[in-house]
Ligand binder design. Sequence first.
Ligand SMILES: C[S@@+](CC[C@H](N)C(=O)[O-])C[C@H]1O[C@@H](n2cnc3c(N)ncnc32)[C@H](O)[C@@H]1O
Length: 440
Amino acid sequence: MTPVHLFLLFAASSGRNEDSPREGNESRWRRRTAKRRQRVDALLDLIEAGGLPDLMQPKLTSKMTRGDSLVPTLQVPTSSKIKWEEVDPLLDPMQGGKIRDFERGMRKRAQVESFYYLLSVLIGAQQDSKASSKDSRITIIDAGCGAGNLVIALAGLLSSQSDNLRFLAVDVNQHALNRLEERANSVEECSKMLETCCADLGDYEYISSKIPLNHTAIVVSLHACGAASDMAMNLAFRCNKAPFIICPCCTAKSLTKRTVLPNTDETEKEYIEPFASFRRSGASFDIVYPRSKWLNSKLVQSNRIGIEEEYSILAKVADLGLGPQTSAEQRLTQRRAKKIVEFDRLLSASDNEGYSVRLMRVMGHDPLVYSKGDLLVGAEQGTVGANVLWINQMQHKRITAAIDGLGRMIQRISAMGRGISAEHVNKQDFSVDNFDSFVI
Ligand SMILES: C[S@@+](CC[C@H](N)C(=O)[O-])C[C@H]1O[C@@H](n2cnc3c(N)ncnc32)[C@H](O)[C@@H]1O
């Protein structure tokens, strides 16, 4: 037997005991994962200490309030629900948008329905306002419109409510816009009131120059990945502090930084590759994370690995995909991180731009099952839009308080049924779907 044979024999026999390289790797991997989880939990605990910002406050400041940080589900009154079987099939994301997967299609319908309802409220309030003149009109900008599942439905459905509306569908991807135009051209209402604009969302000046002088703007954005959602928000600020309704996704994509500098000569502007998602969804120079003073100060307190690195942990955890294999614990961690990332965005709109803001969820979207259902809504404080949202914040707050006891009991039972321990329930924003608690 040669020394090589002896070594192989030893390796084979030792492979069966506990210290085998494979098992050693596995236990090292387990230890590392457990350590990573502990670090993430510690970070989330630190940020949540003292309570998350209460976005139900009328005048939002960075002051933390204890209280719960329940994120209400938008409840669309039955009278405002879309009867999909009665509308033009071309407006329906499942038929016109050809979304074949049933669950995905139903989710997209619910998203469209939520935007449609909030927009109807905002448009109605603006049109009823004494300040609005007879010929003042509204341009609704869909930022990151893709092939038009949101904007086509909105244009078709809202055309019957007002002839004062115009839609501007913006995307950096011309192919998607071509598909949108093809579909929109077959719908009479859309072809009259919808225009497309191929641009990077960070090109605020160019996009806002497309709004006629006698128009006010409202910015909507559905699943513009990563920093594109922040750009949609910044676009609203630049459009005369327009109200915004934004449903963000893919938070980790925000972490890529663009290289272009401000004031770059027009001819040398960075070309944003429309198909390279990490480029188009990366942060433009004007977007720095964390966005709010609140999260900044929390991450300074953490004092471990630097603010940027801490934020990048949050953004990555918030972006964790939820699948059948995801444990209840991971779902909770993802949810906690996502909520913090969205609060951070909203607080910056409130602190730096004087917006009244709120965080809601698309109806029917359970955040522990589907992570892309947060709705960020904002309007400049003191404006008609903010007032209409504010009145309803109060309504919601009162009713929520009244149902709180009962609601929590139901939440506890349903959460425990899903394998989530009772102690975690209070950290969650379980839906209040069962109650018609949020009525605009
Ligand atoms: C996931 S799709 C969503 C499309 C559509 N809103 C929907 O919900 O069906 C994201 C879209 O945002 C666009 N987008 C991402 N970053 C962008 C940017 N910086 N400027 C313009 N469009 C962008 C992409 O091209 C893509 O069409």
